[in-house]
Design a protein around this ligand. Structure first.
Ligand SMILES: [Zn+2]
Length: 632
C-alpha cells in the first residue's frame, strides 16, 4: 500500500508507570498486591457544569449514565489521599527527577515551573473526579530509520484506580484503589509517523529508552500506548490502551481498511440517496408474536421489538469494513453503549438467528422498505430499545459525512470497536492544593551529567567490546542486573561469560528453588566475584557458595565461604585425590590409555565437590596417566 498517497498519519501517547518508592502525592508505598481489601466505601460522582467549564463531549456522554462507585481500600498502600478525604501532599521529587531524566533522553525542553493541573475524569477511576497531571517538558525528538518523530509533550501524572467490575452500562462500578496515585509518565508524539512499520519501530525505541533508565516498572499493564491514526480523507481516531507491540502494524493496517471502507460507503450513499434518513422508530412486536427466535421471544416477555428504516443503506450495513466486522457491527457498538442492549439485527443479514423469511417480508412491508433500504431491529425493554435505535440513527447519519472522530478499543485480533467520542481538549484547571515546583538550572545540570547509557548502546558494547554473543548481549543489556554486570567487569578480570552465567542462570535457578535472591545486594555479589577472581571459589561450583551467601545476609561474604568450607580445595588435597583415583582405576587406564581422562575427570571432580579448577585437575590427571602407561 502507498501510505504516502492515502496520507497516513500516526501519533502516539505512551503511559509508563514509574518505579518509585512511594506514590505521586502521598507516602503510600508504590506497590500492587493480590490481597483482600481492608475496607470499602461508596461514592456517586456528579460533575457540575462550572467544574467542566466548556463541557466535554466525552465526559458528557459518560455522565448521562448515573452510576455508583465502590472503592476497595487497603491499610498498607492506600490512605486518605486516595480516598479524597485529605488534600494531596507535595509532588514526589523522585518521580519528578525520573520525568526530568526521561525528558533529557528524549531531547525535550523542560518547563521553568511545574504546575499541577486537574483533568476531569468522571468514569469513577479517580475518587476526586479528576486526575492530577503536570507538564514537565515539550518539543523533544526521536530519530527512527524512517525519519524523525517529534515529542510534543511529557507530563507526570497520577495513575487511575483499577476497575474490578462493571461497565459503562452498569449502575455499579467497582474499583481497587491500590493503583491510584502511582506515578505515571505520559509522552505524546506529534503525528509525524507515516508508515505502520515506522510506528512499530518508534514504539520499540521509546520503550527501550524508558527501560534504559532502570526506573520504570516492568510487566503487563505497566506501559500502555494510545495510537492516533488518520488518513487524508478520513478522520482522527484514538486506539486506546494498546499493549502488544507485535500488533501495532496490524492495528494501523486495519484502521486504514476501516476508514477506506467507510469512505466507499459514503460515496455509495451519495450516489443512491442524498436525503437525510428519517428518525422514525416503529413498534413491530406484533410481527414477532409467534417467532422462533429465542432472543426475540425472551425480549418480548417484558419488552418490545422496535425497528428503524435506513433509506439507501440496503447492502451497505452488511458490508465488511474490517475482518469480521461490518458497518452493522459499528451500529451495534453504538446501540450497546447507548441503550445497554445486547445488540441489533439488520435485514442485510436476515433471515437468520431463528428469524424467518416471512417475518423479514412483513417487517419490510410494515416500514415501507425496498431493496435499497435496510431495516434495523432491537428487541429489549422499550426505553432501552429506543435509546439503542436513536444511537444507530445518529451513527447512520454520520455515514454521509465520512468517519466520526472517536476513541476505539483495540481488539485481540487487530480490529477495534467503538468506545466513546474523542475527548476534547478543554478539560484542565489548576490544582490549588499542591504548590508549583521551580526547576533550577542546577537540577537539570545534575540530571544531564548522570544520564544512563541506552540499552542499545550497552548491547553494542557487550557484543563488540566484551565478545558476548547477540543473545547474551541483549539479555544482560535489557536486564536490571546490567549495573552489577558492569561493576563486575570493571572490578575483576573474570571472563564476561562467567559473570553472565552467575547473574542470568544461577541466580534465577536459585530463585526457582526458593532462595530470596532479591535480598542479595550489589556489594555482596561483587565480593563474591572478587573471590572467584582470586580463585578462592571454584568456577565449577558457584551456585553453592551463592546460595549460602543468600541464606546468611548478615555475615561477611568471605566469612560465609570460610565457615561453610566452600572455598577452593588446596593443591595438596587435589594431588592426593588424583593419585588415589589413578591407583584405584588402574584397570581402566590400562584398557583405555588416555581415553580414561574423560570418565576419571568426572569421578575426581565429584570427590572434590567441584571445588577445584577443571583445567588444573585435568592437567594433573593427564600427567599422572601418561606416567602410568609409560609414555612420559
Ligand atoms: Zn496514599
Amino acid at each position: 500500500m502507498d501510505y504516502d498517497e492515502i496520507g497516513l498519519k500516526v501519533g502516539f501517547e505512551f503511559h509508563q508507570q514509574l518505579d518509585t518508592q512511594t506514590k505521586l502525592f502521598c507516602d503510600c508505598p508504590n506497590t500492587i498486591k493480590e490481597t483482600e481489601p481492608d475496607f470499602e466505601f461508596r461514592r456517586n460522582l456528579h460533575p457540575t457544569k462550572s467544574e467542566l467549564g466548556e463541557i466535554d463531549r466525552a465526559a458528557l456522554e459518560e455522565a448521562r449514565l448515573s452510576r455508583d462507585f465502590i472503592y476497595q481500600g487497603f491499610e498498607e498502600n492506600t490512605c486518605l489521599v486516595e480516598a479524597d478525604e485529605e488534600p494531596p501532599h507535595p509532588l514526589n521529587q523522585n518521580a519528578l527527577n525520573i520525568a526530568l531524566e526521561i525528558s533529557e533522553l528524549l531531547g525535550a525542553k523542560t518547563v521553568d515551573v511545574v504546575h499541577v493541573m486537574r483533568k476531569i475524569v468522571i468514569d469513577g477511576s479517580n475518587t476526586a473526579g479528576f486526575q492530577r497531571t503536570a507538564l514537565i517538558s515539550t518539543d523533544g525528538e526521536i530519530k527512527t530509520e524512517e525519519g524523525e518523530v517529534g515529542i510534543e509533550g511529557i507530563s507526570l501524572e497520577e495513575e487511575s484506580a483499577q476497575k474490578i467490575s462493571g461497565n459503562l452500562e452498569d449502575e455499579v462500578v467497582e474499583y481497587n484503589l491500590q493503583r491510584l496515585g502511582v506515578p505515571l509518565i505520559e509522552i505524546g508524539s506529534t503525528p509525524d509517523i507515516k508508515t505502520p512499520k515506522q510506528a512499530r519501530k518508534f514504539a520499540e525505541k521509546v520503550g527501550m529508552i524508558l527501560r534504559s533508565t532502570g526506573k520504570v516498572k516492568r510487566g503487563i499493564g505497566t506501559i500502555r500506548q494510545d495510537l492516533n491514526i488518520s488518513i487524508e480523507e478520513g478522520s482522527r481516531i484514538e486506539l486506546k490502551g494498546v499493549q502488544e507491540l507485535d500488533l501495532i502494524e496490524e492495528y494501523i493496517e486495519r484502521e486504514i481498511q476501516r476508514q477506506k471502507s467507510l469512505l466507499e460507503i459514503k460515496n455509495q450513499l451519495e450516489d443512491i440517496n442524498k436525503q437525510e434518513i428519517e428518525k422514525k422508530i416503529v413498534d413491530v412486536s406484533q410481527i414477532f408474536k409467534e417467532t422462533d427466535s429465542g432472543i426475540i421471544k425472551d425480549a418480548l416477555k417484558d419488552g418490545v421489538v422496535l425497528a428503524l428504516k435506513l433509506s439507501g443503506f440496503g447492502g451497505l450495513v452488511g458490508k465488511e469494513i474490517q475482518p469480521d466486522r461490518r458497518l452493522g457491527t459499528e451500529f451495534s457498538d453504538r446501540a450497546k453503549k447507548a441503550g445497554g442492549v445486547g445488540g441489533i439485527f439488520h435485514t442485510d443479514e436476515l433471515p437468520k438467528y431463528g428469524i424467518t423469511q416471512d417475518e423479514v417480508k412483513k417487517l419490510k412491508n410494515e416500514l415501507n422498505a425496498d431493496e435499497d433500504d435496510c431495516v434495523i431491529i432491537v428487541a429489549d425493554k422499550e426505553e432501552k430499545s429506543k435509546q439503542a435505535l436513536e444511537a444507530v440513527h445518529k451513527r447512520a447519519k454520520q455515514c454521509f459525512e465520512g468517519i466520526p472522530e472517536e476513541t476505539r478499543k483495540p481488539l485481540e485480533n487487530g480490529s477495534s470497536e467503538y468506545m466513546r467520542p474523542l475527548p476534547g481538549s478543554a478539560r484542565m484547571y489548576p490544582e490549588t492544593d499542591t504548590p508549583p515546583v521551580k526547576i533550577s538550572k542546577g537540577r537539570i545540570k545534575q540530571i544531564r551529567s548522570n544520564l544512563p547509557k541506552l540499552i542499545e548502546e550497552k548491547m553494542e558494547e557487550y557484543k563488540t567490546g566484551l565478545g558476548l554473543d547477540e543473545g547474551k548481549a541483549r539479555d544482560i543489556a535489557k536486564s536490571k542486573k546490567s549495573e552489577i554486570f558492569d561493576a563486575a567487569i570493571r572490578e575483576t578480570e573474570l571472563k564476561p561469560t562467567i559473570i553472565y552465567k552467575t547473574l542470568m542462570s544461577h541466580l534465577p535457578e536459585l530463585e526457582d528453588e526458593g532462595y530470596k535472591v532479591n535480598n542479595l545486594t550489589k556489594n555482596r555479589l561483587i565480593d563474591l566475584f572478587k573471590l572467584l577472581d582470586k580463585e578462592e571459589i571454584s568456577k565449577e561450583n558457584i551456585k553453592e557458595p551463592l546460595s549460602e551467601i543468600i541464606e546468611k545476609p548478615n555475615k561477611e561474604v568471605k566469612k560465609v565461604i570460610e565457615e561453610g568450607d566452600l572455598g577452593t580445595i588446596g593443591k595438596q588435597k587435589i594431588r592426593e585425590v588424583v593419585k588415589n583415583v589413578v591407583e584405584q582405576k588402574e584397570e581402566l587406564i590400562n584398557e583405555r590409555g588416555m581415553g580414561a581422562v574423560g570418565p576419571l575427570m568426572g569421578v575426581i571432580m565429584k570427590k572434590l565437590d567441584r571445588r577445584a579448577d577443571g583445567d588444573e585437575v585435568s592437567n594433573l590427571l593427564q600427567k599422572k596417566i601418561k606416567k602410568k602407561i609409560g609414555r612420559d
